[in-house]
Design a protein around this ligand. Sequence first.
Ligand SMILES: NC(=O)c1ccc[n+]([C@@H]2O[C@H](COP(=O)([O-])OP(=O)(O)OC[C@H]3O[C@@H](n4cnc5c(N)ncnc54)[C@H](OP(=O)(O)O)[C@@H]3O)[C@@H](O)[C@H]2O)c1
Length: 255
Amino acid sequence: MDTGLAGRRVLVTGATGGIGGEIVRAFGTEGARVAVHHRSGADRARELAAAYDGVALGADLTVEAEVDALVTGAVAGLGGLDVLVANAGKYPVPAVPLWEMDAARWRTTMAANLDAVFLVCRAFLRHVATTGVGTVVLVGSTAARFGEADHADYAAAKAALTGLALSLKNEIVRIAPAGRVNIVAPGWTATDRNADRLDDDDFVRARTATMSLAKLGRPADVAAACLVLASDRLSGHVSGETVTVAGGMEGRVLR
Ligand SMILES: NC(=O)c1ccc[n+]([C@@H]2O[C@H](COP(=O)([O-])OP(=O)(O)OC[C@H]3O[C@@H](n4cnc5c(N)ncnc54)[C@H](OP(=O)(O)O)[C@@H]3O)[C@@H](O)[C@H]2O)c1
């Protein structure tokens, strides 16, 4: 099926992470050119960029000037930008109930998962205002829908993306008539971060206990949903929606 993404210029944040790398590969395979954002992992970013005729660009997404420079660099490197996939995020450790959470942890989680998305969306939309073309995909989490005990900071930050997307879908059409903003919300997704535990039946059973499919998601599952929502051919009349990629998850087992 032709996604119409060939030649599109896409910025993927957090592109050296477990899910981000797969998003880059998915767009690259469709013939898109990708600006591969990284914070750590510069070598990996360069490898991915070279594979898909893209550019590798570093930035701490919590630093305003670095985010603005990231988008400027992506525009310069690719000759423009059509799609933003705001994938970068930080799952905080350790697990801790709110009454034991210090304010620094709360602020750090908000900065990485919400402030960073605000900054990169703003910089991207400023570019869109000059071209009249743009589509945004945010990567959220099922924590936004079901909550997550001992990660209330993360759940709150991801839930805020819903309000952001629902507002931006109405703003973007003022500067890009066909512009759309959607969210992909993964559930538990098997990445390198948890690769060592994927053969542990108890680990997998505990995480899939509320899901109809008895398996964790794969980064490619999340990437495929990002592709669909970025493609005007496949989802050109879909905006302000959240696509959950979580094997039919209904909620959490509490006890
Ligand atoms: N994997 C899951 O089970 C799961 C489930 C639900 C939602 N998600 C969401 O999916 C997205 C990707 O997750 P993942 O599993 O691929 O995580 P990951 O492997 O930890 O990758 C996250 C990426 O975001 C980057 N990042 C975080 N904070 C940043 C900052 N301040 N500035 C620049 N880059 C920053 C990281 O860079 P560094 O490596 O330099 O830190 C990393 O490249 C995240 O938004 C996450 O919340 C994941």
